[in-house]
Design a binder for this molecule. Structure first.
Ligand code: NAD
Length: 260
């Protein structure tokens, strides 16, 4: 079982990352919590996770745009817990604008957080995992790793990129008991998506209700948001012993979006 293992989940102070950290902690996994936020709220999240599941939860505030801080987070996990079994690269941000108006600094930020941070975290984690002869890296990509939508150039580029990184790491580590896979969620109702509803309405010049109905769930044939539990189910499979032969793959959990 996963009892006593150690996981880093980046961007776990909110949304999907928090739900995935909660699911891992529910299996007895000690957690390195990461993400932005107000210190009191983060401490509440940290202590709630620890108390609810009887595991240890360490918060590390590494900024996913800073390679040195990312490496330090991985080092801190090993120093605190003596091992690192699972790395979930989840932190992500979005910005919606047409290419010709897309701010350069937003492009750089999205590539740094949604793509490069997974490279830096994996680079630091793989030597530890090789030494253990065991490890699981799971990248939270997106349906936008497989298909595009207008006005999301940086996000779509980063998410397509992370699938390439996933495959490459899988090949490099395949004989050391390490796997690297990606989960490609469709739309999940998190703060990230709620913020987009307003941005999309502006970019398209339509109402927020129309964005929900005709833009967001228009892409998702089930007409349902993907739930945290459904993503957690996929993650728990991938990190388990049963997931050992899933390697370099991407798993679309998207209500049929990318089947179209
Ligand atoms: P969210 O905004 O709820 O959470 C994002 C997390 O990343 C937060 O904890 C935030 O603090 C953290 N973060 C942001 N910038 C950071 C930085 N510089 N350093 C460290 N942490 C930082 O978003 P979410 O919807 O839960 O998204 C999580 C992941 O899932 C993202 O990679 C996103 O692209 C992906 N995803 C989301 C959806 C969706 O519909 N919500 C769909 C597909 C993929």
């Amino acid at each position: 079982g996963l009892q006593g293992q150690v996981a880093i989940v980046t961007g776990s102070t909110s949304g999907i990352g928090h739900a995935l950290a909660d699911a891992l902690a529910g299996q007895g996994v000690n957690i390195v919590l990461n993400g932005l936020g107000e210190m009191n709220a983060i401490e509440r999240t940290r202590s709630e996770l620890a108390e609810k599941h009887g595991v240890e939860v360490l918060y590390h505030g590494a900024d996913m745009t800073k390679p040195v801080e990312i490496a330090d987070m991985v080092k801190a996990a090993k120093a605190e817990f003596g091992e690192l079994d699972i790395l979930v690269n989840n932190a992500g941000v979005q910005h919606v604008a047409p290419v010709e108006e897309f701010p350069d600094d937003k492009w750089d930020l999205i590539i740094a957080i949604n793509l490069s941070s997974a490279f830096h975290a994996s680079k630091a984690a793989i030597p530890i995992m090789r030494e253990q002869g065991r490890g699981r890296i799971v990248n939270i990509a997106s349906a936008h790793g497989l298909v595009a939508s207008p006005y999301k150039s940086a996000y779509v580029a980063a998410k397509h990129g992370i699938l390439g990184l996933t495959k490459t790491i899988a090949l490099e580590t395949a004989q050391q008991g390490i796997t690297c896979n990606a989960i490609c969620p469709g739309f999940v109702k998190t703060p990230l998506v709620e913020a987009q509803i307003a941005d999309q309405a502006k970019a398209r010049g339509i109402s927020e209700e129309a964005v929900m109905k005709d833009v967001i769930l228009a892409a998702q044939p089930t007409k349902q948001f993907v739930t945290f539990e459904q993503l957690a189910g996929q993650l728990l499979y991938l990190v388990s012993d049963l997931g050992a032969s899933a390697n370099g793959a991407s798993f679309a959990i998207d209500g049929g979006w990318t089947a179209q």
